[in-house]
Design a protein around this ligand. Structure first.
Ligand code: AIR
Length: 184
């Protein structure tokens, strides 16, 4: 199911084809995980979110991967907290690029999830972003896709320009507020 039907989706030609599969270990992860989808949507990239746990519902993870391979998903993102093995399990069952998004929560505030996600054995890579780094998980997926889809490359360029303008304006406003002379 494609859950990226938000109205701000752009008119890129592949916008209705799911290119990114986002798996997450618990429905409780969704407040962070939807930010991955939202960033992808802003870039005109269709994605789908599947709640499936490497430990609680491993059969569901494998069933989704089966479907994702058949349907031409290009990048997979595994999100989980605590003993976060989801991205690693995904990477063991696919040749597609896998991004790991460790989530905070639990007694170690995400450090447990970070190490569980990033410390993969040689030969089975998971490109791990920061704890709760939802935006970067999406941006990394977009950069991978941009190698193949010029319109995603263009969307990334446009987003970078917009971000630069926003940053410069925020800096100018802060400098003005604190009466700091900006060095040219
Ligand atoms: N989780 C679920 N199955 C395996 C793991 N590692 C993670 C979820 C969630 C955390 O365990 O991704 O971040 C706690 O899950 P819950 O459902 O108890 O809130």
């Amino acid at each position: 199911m494609n859950e990226s039907t938000d109205s701000n989706q752009t008119s890129l030609k592949h916008a209705d084809k799911v290119l990114v599969g986002i798996l997450t270990g618990s429905p409780n992860d969704l407040p962070t995980v939807v930010k991955v989808r939202d960033t992808l949507t802003e870039l005109g990239i269709a994605s789908e979110i599947v709640v499936a746990s490497a430990h609680r519902t491993p059969d569901k993870v494998l069933a989704y991967l089966d479907r994702a391979h058949r349907e031409g998903v290009q990048v997979l993102i595994g999100c989980a907290g605590v003993a976060a093995h989801l991205a690693g399990v995904i990477a063991g069952h696919t040749r597609l690029p896998v991004i790991g998004l460790p989530l905070s929560g639990g007694v170690m505030s995400g450090l447990d999830a970070l190490l569980s996600t990033v410390q993969m054995p040689p030969g089975v890579p998971v490109a791990t972003v920061a704890v709760d780094g939802a935006k970067n998980a999406a941006m990394l997926a977009a950069r991978i896709l941009a190698l193949k889809f010029p319109e995603i490359n263009a969307a990334l360029e446009a987003a970078a320009k917009k971000e630069r303008a926003r940053y410069d304006q925020t800096a100018d406003e802060a400098l003005e507020k604190f009466k700091v002379q900006n060095s040219k």
